[in-house]
Design a protein around this ligand. Structure first.
Ligand code: CP
Ligand code: NVA
Length: 307
């Protein structure tokens, strides 16, 4: 098996089960003793390209690089030549001459794949319309902390079959959790991602379920998860989506079908009263701020391994 150095992290599926477990373990070590990692990326620079807004991703990557002894550059795509049409493949090769790694948040997943194909340095996916792998890794670390294990648990995701749902499908099916996605007809997770999740699940003896029935999805779950109904770039559809998705709102009634000790997760930012009730988001079972914190720790682990 190749080592980590120089590899991209565009999808949870880019790493094997053993490698993902190793990253989670390393993240736990870095979280327990942050000083231990303080020279791991000394002298190295991460470029962070943003086509979309961000609070958690931007700050956690920047602080993460700082804590590892390196530097991060915030690159607003609108201020770069890429925003005026310079090809991705040229940007990739130019940035590879200055930087040691690139983190990118953009719309089209194919753009990130092209960037990675032409860059000679590791590329990390900080969210595309298709996937959000760093979020899913942080979520797995959070579940591990609360439940003491991953294998054998059931995660229920209700709402839009979006980038977060897609990456959770991959992460759960590789790491041994059953996953049920409850979503309206026409808002299912990506077809190819689902096929990959079914294949992972077959290898690992886990279950993947996609259903239109939110109650069937959350039934007996250990983990309840939701995300916004209109993702970045879908603002124009917001009103229509609120109508379509309202039966999938994660509230006390729906959560009542899960296990009594089920934790409540959301990648944030959240729209209270839309995809999640204020009561659940602020309630004792909510672990949303641990998820946000764990972005820092898992991304430090990924960066220290690949850069
Ligand atoms: N969860 C997440 O990626 O948040 P940001 O959009 O704030 O980065
Ligand atoms: N699905 C959301 C996640 C934000 C972190 C979006 O893409 O806007």
């Amino acid at each position: 098996m190749p080592g980590f150095r120089g590899r991209d992290f565009l999808s949870v599926n880019d790493f094997s089960r053993t490698e993902l477990v190793e990253i989670l373990k390393f993240a736990q070590e870095l979280k327990a003793s942050p000083a231990a990692g303080s020279r791991l990326l000394a002298g190295k620079t991460l470029g962070m390209i943003f086509q979309k807004a961000s609070t958690r991703t931007r700050v956690s990557f920047e602080v993460g690089m700082y804590q590892l002894g390196g530097t991060a550059l915030y690159l607003n795509a609108q201020d770069m030549q890429i925003g005026r049409g310079e090809p991705v493949k040229d940007t990739a090769r130019v940035l590879s001459r200055y930087l040691d790694g690139i983190m990118i948040r953009t719309y089209e997943h194919g753009e990130v794949e092209e960037l990675a194909a032409y860059a000679t340095i590791p590329v990390i996916n900080g969210l595309t319309d298709l996937l959000h792998p760093c979020q899913a890794l942080a979520d797995m670390l959070t579940i591990l902390e609360y439940k003491g294990k991953l294998r054998g648990l059931k995660l229920a995701y209700v709402g839009d079959g979006n980038n977060v749902a897609n990456s959770l499908l991959l992460a759960c099916s590789i790491l041994g959790l059953d996953i049920a996605v409850g979503c309206p007809n026409g808002y299912e997770p990506n077809r190819e991602v689902l096929a990959a999740a079914y294949a992972n699940a077959g290898e690992n003896g886990t279950e993947v379920l996609v259903t239109g029935d939110p109650y069937a999805a959350v039934s007996n779950a250990d983990v309840l998860y939701t995300d916004v109904w209109a993702s970045m770039g879908q603002d124009a559809e917001h009103e229509a989506r609120v109508r379509i998705f309202s039966p999938y709102r994660l509230n006390e009634k729906l959560a009542g079908y899960a296990k009594a000790d089920a934790i409540v997760m959301h990648c944030l930012p959240a729209h209270r009263g839309e995809e999640i009730s204020e009561q659940l988001l602020e309630g004792p079972r909510s672990v949303v701020f641990d998820q946000a914190e764990n972005r820092l720790h898992v991304q430090k682990a990924v960066m220290a391994k690949v850069m």
